[in-house]
Design a protein around this ligand. Structure first.
Ligand code: NAP
Length: 273
């Protein structure tokens, strides 16, 4: 039996176990997915211990996504993003990947959103970095808006100067949102604004019907931003789709099988709704 899992602190309410185990069950794979909660300074050590114990793969969440870089060989995208959320122990040393970036892109593709043109990414933390690099790698022109403007401009410089990147990025403060959204095709909320609160990081009047809007926040599923976007006639994609596809991407990397997306989605949404 293969053992996969998630390290985070806290991890108690994670929906990754039912999501992955629904996939194993559907495909008849003999595997379990369990959660581990190392102490806050113990991320890299937990990865080394997992390797010694024969764990096959680990997902990584807050606060360990940066710390585990010390215990893995990151692939190019994870190194550029500076964060790892998926570890593959079939190699020595274990390899670190960032499936949030690809998860975002696959969530958009699932909704037939074209990954092209201009995107506004609000936020420059972990999710913002994944979104900015993931979209720029697909030749999208990215405007990053963040409460702390310096973080947005620094990230934009990193994105634009990274060798493998074909798109470009520009950094802004939140006060530029209305202006940069006017001719944008895509909006991604990668801040925590809207989580368990009826608040949006984007003024409703800045939204328009030519936009596709993905909110990385998945609790609640229908955030204030997505309600405003629907009212403006925009295409909307909730955060559970990104959560699903970052898991699907990890599942496929570990098992070598095409993930049963429907079964995994049902298990995830069953836990969220
Ligand atoms: P993070 O690294 O802590 O970054 C937080 C971001 O939110 C920063 O850009 C921060 O701006 C901004 N922010 C926080 N409070 C704000 C406020 N009151 N007004 C304006 N901006 C504010 O967190 P993260 O890991 O990127 O996660 C961000 C969100 O994405 C969370 O809700 C998380 O659950 C979600 N997420 C979802 C998925 C998914 O698969 N759906 C994956 C990853 C993350 P400053 O830089 O100015 O502090």
């Amino acid at each position: 039996m293969d053992v996969y899992g998630l390290i985070g602190n806290p991890v108690g309410h994670s929906l990754s176990p039912p999501m992955h185990e629904a996939g194993y069950e559907q495909l008849g794979i003999d595997a379990r997915y369990v959660t581990f909660e190392p102490p806050e300074d113990g991320g890299a050590e937990a990865v080394r211990s997992a390797a010694n114990l024969g764990v096959s793969g680990l997902n990584v969440t807050i606060p360990f996504k940066q710390d585990v870089l010390d215990a893995v060989e990151p692939d190019d995208l994870a190194a550029r993003i500076g964060a790892v959320n998926t570890i593959d122990f079939s190699t020595d040393p274990p390899t670190g990947h960032n499936t949030d970036a690809v998860g975002l892109v696959r969530a958009l593709e699932h909704h037939d959103v074209s990954i092209s043109g201009r995107a506004v990414v609000v936020g420059a933390g972990g999710a913002g970095r994944a979104a900015a690099f993931g979209l720029a790698d697909r030749s999208v022109t990215v405007d990053i808006a963040n409460r702390t403007t310096e973080k947005a401009t620094a990230l934009a410089e990193e994105v634009t100067s990274a060798d493998a990147v074909s798109g470009t990025a520009t950094g802004h403060g939140l006060d530029a949102i209305e202006e940069i959204l006017a001719d944008a095709d895509l909006l991604v909320n990668a801040t925590s604004v809207g989580m368990e609160e009826d608040r949006s990081p984007v003024p409703a009047e800045a939204l328009h019907g030519d936009l596709a809007v993905l909110d990385a926040v998945y609790s609640p599923l229908e955030t204030r931003l997505l309600k405003d976007a629907q009212a403006a006639g925009a295409t909307t994609v909730d955060g559970a789709w990104m959560l699903l596809y970052q898991g699907v991407e990890a599942f496929e990397r570990w098992t070598g099988e095409s993930a049963p997306v429907g079964a995994m989605n049902d298990a995830l949404r069953g836990g969220l709704e």
